[in-house]
Design a protein around this ligand. Structure first.
Ligand SMILES: Nc1nc2c(c(=O)[nH]1)N[C@H]1C(S)=C(S)[C@@H](COP(=O)(O)O)O[C@H]1N2
Ligand SMILES: [Mo]
Length: 406
């Protein structure tokens, strides 16, 4: 009941944030009437996305980038993928927003409004790479159900907020705390307001990291509506499903959180590798924590043509979940030999790193440039699709672009 009331209040709270204008006679609006200005159905206009973004699904909205769109060092909103499990909340009034911290393992359950969060706790900004656990799913065989992401379900924006650990320390955490689960207000596809869409979370070791934020800004502005306005948990390096959007409650649990999509097989992979197509029992699936090492060539676009004798400058980004990338290489001979790329340090932990290389081709013809990153544990990307798993997660195969030398 609480949930239903809350959603209705926020739906018709204020329109200023979305329209940039007040609805003058808003008190006259009939129940359940959605103003025309909010009935926009063109997703590019609705979410301020670039026209080259790829729509995978419209109910719920799932939109991905392409490799060449991700060339910016810091991903702008227009190139940021959208992954929703339910319906995006329509109109939200940030001034009414409350975040409640509760759960079995909290000492003093407390609610904060956003103003209180901002004034009570120090604010931090970090660039944080968020990759959907299902990014690259389209390459698995036998195929896995779900959005057929290619390479574009990854972003690395700058997030500003307060540290989750500062807030947890303020409310007091019992020594038996195991997990922090998030709760959010997006509406279930069934439109049943009592049903939660997704309620995942993070283990305490992740919750207590400096970079784990309760964020209210993305790239220096209010978080865009599709990405969690007005409040979002951001846990870089973990599957992005751990970064709850539109959050109004965080529960400090004395066990692994058990909200929707936390249970097996969601966002889990077989604890031990299996042959493609194997049926895996729920209890043999393990929760994904740090994402694996990966990279993307973001320039040039696949299919580029260059003149014989010219050097091709390539560049892109590499990331390794909670680890750092220590080596970046490219191959022009389908992975037989590898040359090193110039690799930069990350802006901060869990931000992607930039690489560049000058590539020379021996003669005219068709080539592919493959890119391969290696993390601080010495693990490299597999050249082609890695371990098959029933839900199609964690495809960190080398990114490949086609080049014609004429
Ligand atoms: N409340 C809520 N939070 C959510 C989701 C959702 O559907 N609802 N999707 C999750 C998943 S699976 C991913 S990959 C990321 C996507 O974040 P983005 O849409 O900002 O790129 O949000 C996560 N947080
Ligand atoms: Mo995801």
């Amino acid at each position: 009941m609480e949930r239903r009331k809350f959603i209705k209040n926020t739906l018709l709270g204020t329109s200023a944030t979305c329209l940039g204008l007040d609805i003058v006679f808003s008190s006259n609006l009939p129940d359940n009437y959605i103003p025309i200005a909010f009935q926009e159905t063109d997703p590019f206009a609705l979410f301020n996305k670039d026209k080259d973004m790829q729509i995978l699904n419209d109910k719920p909205w799932n939109i991905e980038a392409q490799a060449h769109l991700l060339n910016d060092n810091i991903t702008p909103n227009k190139y940021m993928f959208i992954r929703n499990n339910g319906l995006i909340p329509e109109i939200l009034d940030a001034r009414q927003w409350k975040l409640t911290i509760d759960g079995e393992s909290v000492k003093n359950a407390t609610s904060f409004n956003i103003q209180e969060l901002k004034s009570k706790f120090k604010q931090y900004t970090y660039q944080l790479t968020l990759e959907c656990g299902g990014n690259g799913r389209s390459e698995f065989n036998p195929p896995a159900k779900g959005n057929q992401w290619t390479v574009g379900a990854v972003s690395s924006a700058e997030w500003t907020g307060v540290r989750l650990k500062d807030v947890l320390n303020d409310v007091g955490i019992k020594s038996n705390a195991v997990y922090v689960g998030y709760h959010a207000i997006d509406l279930h596809l069934s439109q049943d307001p009592e049903k939660e869409v997704i309620s995942r979370g993070i283990p305490m070791k992740k919750a207590m990291q400096d970079e784990t934020l309760i964020a209210f800004k993305m790239n220096g502005k209010d978080i865009p509506r599709a990405h969690g306005f007005p409040l979002r948990l951001v846990a870089g390096g973990y599957p992005a499903s751990a970064s709850g959007k539109w959050i109004n409650r965080l529960s400090v649990r004395n066990k692994v959180h058990d909200g929707p999509k936390m249970e097996s097989p969601s966002y889990r992979v077989p604890c031990d590798p299996v042959a493609p197509g194997t049926q895996v029992k729920d209890e043999d699936m393990c929760i994904i924590e740090s994402m694996p090492v990966k990279s993307l060539i973001t320039f040039p676009k696949s299919g580029a043509i260059i003149k014989k004798g010219n050097t091709l400058k390539i560049n892109g980004h590499a990331w390794a979940g909670e680890l750092e990338v220590i080596k970046m290489e490219y191959s022009i001979d389908f992975g037989v030999t590898w040359q090193s790329c110039k690799l930069e340090k990350p802006a901060n932990r869990f931000a992607w790193q930039h690489f560049q290389a000058d590539v020379n081709f021996p003669k005219t013809g068709y080539y592919e440039v493959w890119a391969r990153a290696t993390d601080t544990n010495g693990r490299s990307q597999p050249m082609l699709v890695p371990g098959w798993n029933p839900k199609g997660y964690l495809n960190n195969a080398c990114h490949r672009i086609a080049i014609k030398v004429s």
